[in-house]
Design a binder for this molecule. Structure first.
Ligand code: AKB
Length: 354
């Protein structure tokens, strides 16, 4: 990718700003894992975080500074530009699928306008530092919309360009933002008299449902899987809001962090797409319950499907095909379903609740 033109005077360019990685929505479950992993990497620039909620106390020692604020606050984002040289943005802030259905317009503001604001920040940063800014974006299996259960069962793993008719606000937001990322990277201001690249190097992954042993998701529709496990570990009964035969793809949290970091490190010229599927294993709700009961034999799991959330998970594919990520940047998960439960989820969760 070419170098970015700079409008700054040489005097302005000599003002040194601290080189950092910015993580938005850092106090969510992906953010926590990502921060800890980046902290272990001596070659990674320090991390600054931006979240509407304060960062949890136990994560504070791993970051350079944590800003409490809104990605819709443009003044705040402008201040970041003047203070920091942002090398990479992990834009994790979003309202998840269930929350977004209750507040669709708010979801659009946060998920779409928030992303536009961060993309604009990346353009400004790239100009100031005369170097591209990596923009790492977690998209979701929610961008897909399977027309019916028969098709879902018949087609199995879907590829990146198939069935892109999401039925949720969140899915629509994620799909549109994937396109925005591609636009900013390859077509930004294409009619300007002096064509100039934006300097945004956008890379996205479409995550399946994520299961973390240490944090609970909030506001998602794939949440029944982690909720089932955490309830069993705490000795509490759990009522699943989807049918036992409901199937979708999942991944253990450490693999989600691995996917973000591996994609961020991949050489640009090896990437053939802006957004890649990544996945690990597909299970029905009943198969998850059976695994949970293997490790927590007293778990009480029942099923009380709610029409709306059931319909959302039914619209997501049973599996996603991540062969392009495997071919382009060597993606492969560390945890298959056996390892995810036996080596990561169960031991970590037992430690947490005892
Ligand atoms: C959600 O349920 O909204 C998320 C997702 C599948 O992206 N976990």
């Amino acid at each position: 990718m070419m170098m970015i033109q700079s409008d700054l005077t040489s005097q302005e360019q000599t003002v040194t700003r601290k080189k950092v990685i910015l993580i938005t929505g850092a106090n969510g479950e992906v953010g926590h894992g990502l921060i800890k992993q980046l902290y272990k990497d001596p070659s990674a620039p320090p991390v600054i975080t931006l979240d509407i909620r304060g960062l949890d106390e136990d994560i504070m020692p791993y970051v350079d500074s944590s800003i409490v604020g809104d990605i819709l606050d443009n003044d705040l984002l402008d201040n970041l530009t003047s203070e920091y040289e942002i090398d990479t943005i992990f834009h994790l802030a979003a309202l998840l699928s269930t929350h977004s259905e209750y507040r669709p317009e708010a979801a659009h503001r946060v998920n779409v306008q928030g992303t536009v604001n961060l993309l604009h920040l990346a353009v400004e940063q790239a100009r100031c530092r005369d170097h591209p800014v990596k923009f790492i974006y977690p998209s979701s299996v929610a961008v897909y919309g399977m027309p019916d259960l028969e098709t879902k069962a018949r087609v199995g793993a879907v590829r990146e360009n198939d069935f892109l008719e999401p039925i949720t606000m969140y899915g629509c937001n994620k799909l549109y933002c994937e396109h925005l990322g591609r636009y900013y990277t390859f077509h930004y201001r294409q009619l300007a008299p002096k064509a100039q690249e934006s300097g945004v190097d956008f890379r996205g992954v479409r995550f399946p449902g994520l299961i973390s042993a240490t944090t609970m998701p909030s506001g998602g529709t794939s949440d029944y899987a982690p909720e089932m496990l955490h309830a069993a570990a705490k000795g509490e009964p759990y009522e699943s809001f989807v049918r036992p035969d409901t199937i979708m793809p999942f991944m253990a949290m450490p693999d989600a962090i691995k996917a973000l970091l591996t994609l961020a490190d991949a050489p640009r010229d090896q990437l053939t797409r802006s957004v890649y599927n990544v996945t690990s294993f597909s299970l029905t709700a009943e198969q998850i319950a059976e695994r949970v009961k293997t490790f927590f034999p007293n778990a009480q799991i029942s099923y009380e499907p709610t029409h709306g959330r059931q319909k959302i998970v039914d619209s997501w594919p049973a599996a996603i095909d991540d062969s392009t990520a495997r071919a382009d940047w060597g993606w492969q998960p560390d945890y298959d379903v056996e390892q995810a439960f036996a080596d990561y989820l169960v031991p970590t969760i037992k430690q947490q609740y005892t």
